[in-house]
Design a protein around this ligand. Structure first.
Ligand code: PAY
Ligand code: ZN
Length: 316
């Protein structure tokens, strides 16, 4: 039994509505999409992944792109961003040649809610709790629980009551485990099929790239050429959505983040997008009214399109 959003926010999708939307997409665009669960959350909700491609039921040899949303519970606008991407690349297929070309030549994976337990808990009392973590014990911050340089360097806490609790060990959260296993499972014939990834968050209007664990631009596994690719594509996307592009640690040091693991473990060009608003006081930035959904998700259309176009090559 899913919770409802308070008035002024009913345009957001709660978990039940999100699942209904995914199923409707399957009904409307059966040949273009495949819906599967990558496993369960701590509270036993399915973590749904929608694949968008021509011949979606077949594993074709095409570059794969991953979008993940809602690692953090209260960042509800990101669920809407993932749903927007799904709508754009399914509804637009028949009429928009650019979209058709991208869908035909890529396999686009969308996981619209990595942390459904936290998202439901955030709205369960009828008012927002400003909850960030998952619902395992006092809660683990999923974006401090990934297994590269976990807990090494700062920006996470070993205290279970902290907002940035990293968990007792890397991948202790079922949600990060499931996404890890899904990504590990995309290695086919020794080659990782997923080339690029965006993890959507709110807020601050930023485009971030690895590493988060160190202030250095280059570090083991990330050389100057690669750092330049991250920055070049980051800046090009930022020119389209008017976000600020920077290395992740320029915001603050974070160890155990998803971007660092995706890059280090798989050389996936992994970005974090921090959505609207640019700034806010207290926790208000996490709760823009539902009237912001349409403009603030559409704002990323051209950056997403550019990002998809680069999934088979690095920008120069
Ligand atoms: O890789 O640097 C990174 C991730 C940065 C985000 C994080 O802390 O995980 C930034 C914050 C977030 O979206 O969770 C920003 C928001 C405003 C916050 O809660 O501080
Ligand atoms: Zn976040």
């Amino acid at each position: 039994n899913a919770q409802d959003f308070p008035s002024g926010y009913t345009g957001y999708h709660n978990h039940r509505e999100m699942v209904a939307e995914l199923n409707q997409t399957v009904t409307d665009h059966g040949a273009l999409v495949k819906l599967s669960s990558i496993g369960k959350s701590y509270e036993n909700r399915d973590l749904w992944a929608l694949k968008i491609s021509d011949n979606a039921g077949t594993d074709e040899n095409e570059p794969e792109v991953l979008f993940t949303c809602n690692q953090h519970a209260r960042e509800h606008l990101t669920v809407e961003m993932c749903l927007r991407i799904i709508k754009q690349y399914t509804d637009g297929y028949a009429t928009n040649p650019t979209i058709k070309n991208l869908v035909d030549s890529r396999e686009i994976w969308v996981i619209p809610s990595v942390n459904p337990d936290g998202a439901e808990y955030d709205i369960a009392s009828g008012t927002f709790r400003a909850w960030r973590k998952n619902r395992q014990g006092q809660g683990t911050d999923p974006n401090r629980n990934w297994g590269y340089q976990w807990g090494c360097c700062g920006g996470s806490s070993g205290s279970p009551s902290s907002e940035t609790y990293r968990g007792p060990s890397a991948f202790s959260a079922p949600e990060t485990q499931r996404v890890r296993d899904f990504v590990n499972g995309r290695v086919v014939g020794g080659v990782q099929q997923i080339k690029t990834h965006i993890d959507w968050h709110t807020y601050s209007e930023l485009i971030l790239w690895p590493y988060g664990y160190t202030y250095n631009d280059t570090a083991p596994g990330l050389d100057a050429t690669q750092a330049n690719v991250f920055a070049t594509l980051g800046r090009r996307m930022a020119a389209l959505n008017n976000y600020t592009p920077q290395q992740s640690s320029d915001l603050y040091v974070t160890d155990g983040s998803v971007n660092d693991w995706m890059w280090n473990a798989h050389k996936i060009w992994s970005y974090t997008f921090e959505m609207y608003p640019k700034s806010a006081s207290g926790t208000s930035g996490f709760y823009p009214r539902d009237t912001a959904i349409a403009p603030q998700t559409a704002r990323n259309d051209s950056a997403v399109e550019l990002f998809l176009s680069y999934s088979d090559c690095a920008p120069r």
